[in-house]
Design a protein around this ligand. Structure first.
Ligand code: AMP
Ligand code: GLY
Length: 426
């Protein structure tokens, strides 16, 4: 198979690394890729907004399947354009990608199918939103409805901060069109779990549950980031919770989208929170959805794919051909940990252009590249999250130990990382 992967982050390096192991692969292209993906296949420069250029490339190179990593091209309808040109694509069409690209759509969709989530209201007028704030008496979260590169969610600590946030989104348009509408929802408390699932639009098969670490600093302090590290499987996510998630969240979501004429093919990511529910005097856990994403998570994918036994190309093909129900997806035993190595200044204003030096890494330690590029034969930093140093091992303890003891083999000026990735799994 000749494959094209779209994207350039740690997620896409992990996808490329996994695809490169497939005996069915004859040629792999990554557009635009990074310095790491260049060791799995050939990086190519394509304008991701120019769908006809991508179609021309696929026809010329006889691409059998395109795997789309990031949400942007999915929300912009790249899967629709490719399918219309007869090119097979792993990743949902625009209508299904709405589940991530519009938080207003996602919340109303969850309400329609009784998928458990935080109570909410949506607004496109500042005055009405403020009036609503004054009518409720619980802590809230404010979310720009559209795609805002992970920055569109604010957890205000006071009424004044909440008003200022609404003003910045609805009046001052700091997120442009993405903030034309906002969701105000109840703030929930609990542990978060990232549950990704493969789906062909009808059958849905969950991956191992993972946990991300969103805050910049140890002990979940500091600003929110795209994710500072991840591990899988998440021990807190018991088999009972997995069954509950399949029955109450994943299946209703996939069926709901299909009923609405927007069958979802690709990876559906459910960002879940485990809240405490007082039940007849005894507290028990309750699962609720914080968000859906229409793609693999990052950094979760860097932790999850090293534990995947089955060929990713076989899975992607089963999704595209709608034969996932006849397919068996296998996972390795053990656990995996990914520690993100980030640039100085991330997430506000990350440095770039720093030269990276590497010592040889043991075979079972993977240094997935996120923000890197090659310049005059050297690897230099080119973004906030630079690497995901990942180890799959027979236990979470040994994976943590191996990941941290190998960080010294990678260095660049200003490198920062959390010291407590996966500790909460112990
Ligand atoms: P989202 O993009 O909607 O997942 O939001 C990003 C992050 O904001 C989540 O991973 C949570 O840490 C936090 N968050 C979002 N919604 C809520 C909520 N209703 N209650 C508490 N935290 C939330
Ligand atoms: N790690 C969160 C995300 O991929 O959206």
């Amino acid at each position: 198979m000749k494959i094209l992967i779209i994207g350039s982050g740690g997620r896409e390096h992990a996808m490329a690394w996994k695809v490169a192991q497939s005996p069915r692969l004859t040629k792999l292209y990554i557009a635009p890729g990074n310095a790491g993906t260049a060791s799995c296949g050939e990086n190519v420069v394509l304008d991701l907004e120019d769908h006809s250029a991508i179609i021309r490339f696929c026809k010329e190179k006889q691409i059998d399947l395109v795997l789309i990593g990031p949400e942007g091209p999915l929300a912009a309808g790249l899967a629709d354009s490719l399918s219309a040109a007869g090119i097979r694509c792993f990743g949902p069409r625009k209508a299904a990608a709405q589940i991530e690209a519009s938080k207003v759509f996602a919340k109303n969709f969850m309400a329609r199918y009784r998928i458990p989530t935080a109570r909410y209201a949506t607004f496109n007028q500042f005055e009405k939103a403020v009036h609503y704030l004054q009518s409720i008496d619980y802590p809230i979260v404010i979310k720009a409805s559209g795609l805002a590169a992970g920055k569109g969610v604010v957890l205000p600590e006071s009424l004044d901060e909440a008003k200022a946030t609404l003003e910045s989104m609805l009046v001052n348009k700091i997120f442009g069109d993405a903030g034309d509408e906002v969701v105000i929802e109840e703030r929930l408390i609990g542990e978060e779990v990232s549950l990704m699932a493969f789906t062909d639009g009808e059958t849905v098969v969950p991956m191992l549950a993972a946990q991300d670490h969103k805050r910049l600093l140890d002990a979940d302090c500091g600003p929110n980031t795209g994710g500072m590290g991840a591990y899988a499987p998440a021990p807190i996510f018991t088999a009972d919770l997995m069954n509950e998630a399949i029955e109450k969240i994943l299946k209703p979501a996939i069926n709901g989208l299909r009923f609405e004429g927007a069958a979802f093919v690709g990876v559906l990511y459910a960002g879940l929170i485990l809240t405490l529910r007082p039940a007849q005097g005894r507290a028990s856990n309750e699962l609720r959805v914080l968000e859906f994403n229409c793609r693999f998570g990052d950094p979760e994918t860097q932790a999850v794919l090293p534990l995947l036994e089955t060929d990713l190309l076989d899975i992607a093909e089963a999704c595209v051909n709608a034969t996932l129900n006849q397919f068996d997806i296998r996972w390795k035993d053990g656990a995996s940990v990914c520690v993100v190595l980030a640039s100085k200044g991330y997430p506000e204003k990350a440095e770039s252009g720093k030269i990276v030096s590497f010592e040889a890494l043991p075979e079972d330690v993977f240094c997935f590249h996120a923000g890197t590029k090659t310049e005059s034969g050297r690897v230099i930093t080119a973004g906030g999250r630079v690497f995901g140093l990942t180890v799959a091992s027979n236990s979470i303890e040994s994976a943590i130990e191996a990941a941290y003891s190998n960080i010294r083999n990678v260095s660049f000026e200003g490198m920062q990382y959390r010291r407590d990735i996966a500790r909460r799994a112990l």
